[in-house]
Design a protein around this ligand. Structure first.
Ligand code: F6R
Length: 241
């Protein structure tokens, strides 16, 4: 694992955007695995700046997102479809055909997950996967469990995740209880992984991910077994290492 210690969120965002930019310079038609949540917003902003400065184009890029809430339509402002449009896709030259997200309203969610898994394989797998980390160590929506779930699947969200994510909803009762998420295997098959974390609330998770035992109780700990992981974090997130 390579760890970059940055002074604040701004610096994390700049570093992460530069790493993603370098990935696109290296391979123009990369498959990027993308995340939502608070962590990557600054990274996407810097990526858009790099695009507007003419440093990169997304014309040949394909994207696959980690997850989506079950039950939310693409047009719902709390959906991850909406988040991605707002924070990245509507600002860049990506072909909408090349953007892939799980549908929260598929009639058969299990089939949706199977199709998603097959699609990722069919487009050649993920070149670089961007990740945030949950306070409980989750990656994607792979929550602490007694075993690692390999493939894309439907997840019951834990109370701690529902509570952490309720800040973005009017009321905690509106937070969906389930999501569709790439599995641990889907994430681990990415050729390169870039994890970003900021703030005190991530310190426990980062310490366990980097230096704790590899266990499904801390899903992110499996990243210790991946050959190409870069963590970009601030002092606070690294304070318990
Ligand atoms: C988002 C995702 C989640 C978040 C994690 C951290 O697509 O899969 O694992 O990365 O919950 O969220 P933030 O960045 O909001 O702290």
């Amino acid at each position: 694992m390579k760890i970059y210690r940055e002074k604040d969120y701004e610096a994390i965002s700049l570093r992460a955007a530069n790493i993603l930019t370098a990935q696109l310079v290296l391979k123009q038609n990369s498959v990027l695995g993308l995340a939502t949540g608070s962590s990557p917003i600054g990274t996407y902003k810097k990526l858009v700046e790099n695009y507007k400065a003419g440093e990169i184009s997304f014309r040949d890029v394909r994207t696959v997102n980690l997850d989506e809430y079950k039950g939310l339509k693409d047009s719902d402002p709390n959906s991850y479809h909406y988040f991605m449009q707002e924070n990245l896709f509507s600002h860049i030259d990506i072909d909408p055909e090349n953007v892939h997200l799980l549908s929260g309203v598929a009639e058969d969610s299990d089939l949706e997950c199977e199709k998603y898994e097959r699609m990722i394989r069919a487009i050649g797998g993920i070149d670089m996967q961007l990740l945030g980390i949950g306070r409980n160590g989750h990656i994607g929506f792979n929550e602490p469990d007694s075993s690692f779930t390999v493939n894309t699947h439907v997840v019951d969200l834990t109370e701690s995740t529902i509570e952490a994510n309720s800040r973005l909803f009017d009321d905690i009762s509106q937070v969906p209880r389930q999501a569709l998420s790439m599995g641990i295997g889907t994430i681990m098959h990415a050729k390169r992984i870039l994890l970003i974390a900021n703030g005190e609330s991530k310190a426990d998770a980062i310490a366990k991910v980097v230096a704790g035992p590899v266990t499904p109780e801390v899903p992110g700990s499996i990243l210790q077994l991946h050959p190409d992981v870069t963590i970009v974090a601030d002092d606070k997130a690294l304070s318990k290492l």
